[in-house]
Ligand binder design. Structure first.
Ligand SMILES: *[C@@H]1O[C@H](CO)[C@@H](O)[C@H](O)[C@H]1NC(C)=O
Ligand SMILES: *[C@@H]1O[C@H](CO)[C@@H](O)[C@H](O)[C@H]1NC(C)=O
Length: 332
């Protein structure tokens, strides 16, 4: 049944969505009363290297066990320099070989994706190679009790514009930065206010709160976070730092999850911030999320498929349950 619904959803995906002025909306029908289940991975596009294939293999196992509806990529889908062209997109299939189920997969762009031909990565022609691949700059996925807001965070980081060093960023259709961000924040605000879903989840590449190498992204704290707070977003999920993290906000109900452990990891950096660290793992892995009515449940897995951190939250009484120690940094 679920698989049939999924296939219909995949087949029904149009080749383009309305994109100007408003955020594109992708509907992902979920049977009423059934929980929504997904996996989240980031910073994974390394053609299997740096334990990526082991992450993919465990994602395949968990995806089958949980019958996941979708897989979310928090970006850096093609490292180190994005896609050179649409023809380069064959590497999407190779990277995902072990994620066996036909779950459809939503991607945001990471900073490394911006270092290639961004228009190639956004080209609907990639779905001829892999019909499950969805990548847009910013868009909404409506999946029953959860609305996902995918946010293009790379243009926020000022240093990519002012101090790119050796790197080239593909700002076609983005520049100038200020107008792009202003419109994006407005569109997000409208889409979030319009949302009737029980849960709102924002997904971006860059960290909001992170205790690892990149730390917090100041531009997102200043510009994006106020919109997420104003519109009662429950979770912000990102990649960028190559690790697994869960941090809870001290001044709002927002929970921050970093799932950026898709390939190269073990940076050996730990720098606390002002919010509450619930969990940090410096190695490879991924995250699952299950949302069932008022209850959300997230689990982080390592490359052996071991559950490292279980978190759940009941929205009705805001009761948060953690079942593992907060720090797992010693394994080097
Ligand atoms: C692969 O994972 C193992 C177990 O976590 C780790 O010891 C090893 O360093 C990892 N390899 C790389 C290249 O990160
Ligand atoms: C955490 O969740 C996983 C996956 O559902 C489960 O196998 C494991 O027993 C749970 N661990 C704890 C401590 O609850």
């Amino acid at each position: 049944m679920a698989l049939a619904a999924l296939l219909i959803a995949v087949l029904a995906l149009p080749l383009s969505w309305p994109a100007r002025g408003e955020l594109a909306v992708v509907e992902h029908p979920v049977e009423a009363g059934r929980p929504l289940r997904l996996l989240v991975v980031g910073d994974w596009g390394r053609k299997g290297r740096y334990n990526q294939s082991r992450v993919a293999e465990q994602m395949g196992n968990v995806a089958e066990d949980m019958s996941v509806d979708l897989v979310v990529s928090t970006g850096d889908n093609f490292l180190d320099d994005g896609l050179a062209s649409v023809d380069d997109g064959g590497s999407t299939s190779r990277s995902w070989m072990s994620t066996r189920r036909r779950a459809f997969r939503s991607h945001v762009l990471g900073n490394h994706d911006y270092r290639g031909d961004v228009l190639a990565q956004l080209d609907p022609a990639l779905r001829n190679i892999d019909s499950r691949f969805i990548c847009m700059r910013s868009f909404v996925v409506e999946a029953g009790i959860v609305d996902f807001f995918f946010v293009d965070t790379t243009p926020f980081q000022l240093k990519y514009w002012t101090d790119p060093g050796e790197d080239h960023y593909d700002w076609r259709e983005v520049a100038p930065r200020e107008a792009y961000i202003e419109n994006l924040l407005k569109d997000l605000d409208v889409a979030m206010k319009r949302s009737r879903a029980r849960w709102k989840v924002a997904v971006g590449h860059h960290t909001m709160r992170s205790v690892s190498a990149h730390g917090d992204t100041q531009e997102l704290l200043q510009l994006l976070l106020p919109v997420l707070k104003e519109d009662s977003v429950d979770l912000y999920i990102n990649g960028h730092d190559h690790c697994l993290e869960h941090i809870s906000s001290r001044d709002s109900p927002i929970q921050y999850f970093t799932s950026g452990g898709g390939s190269k990891a073990w940076r050996g950096v730990f720098q606390p911030n002002a919010d509450k660290l619930e969990f940090f793992y410096d190695g490879q892995g991924f995250m699952s999320l299950e949302v069932d009515g008022d209850l959300a449940r997230a689990v982080f897995y390592d490359i052996d498929g071991q559950a490292l951190h279980n978190w759940s939250l009941s929205k009705s009484n805001r009761q948060q349950v953690d079942q593992r120690p907060a720090l797992l940094v010693s394994q080097e």
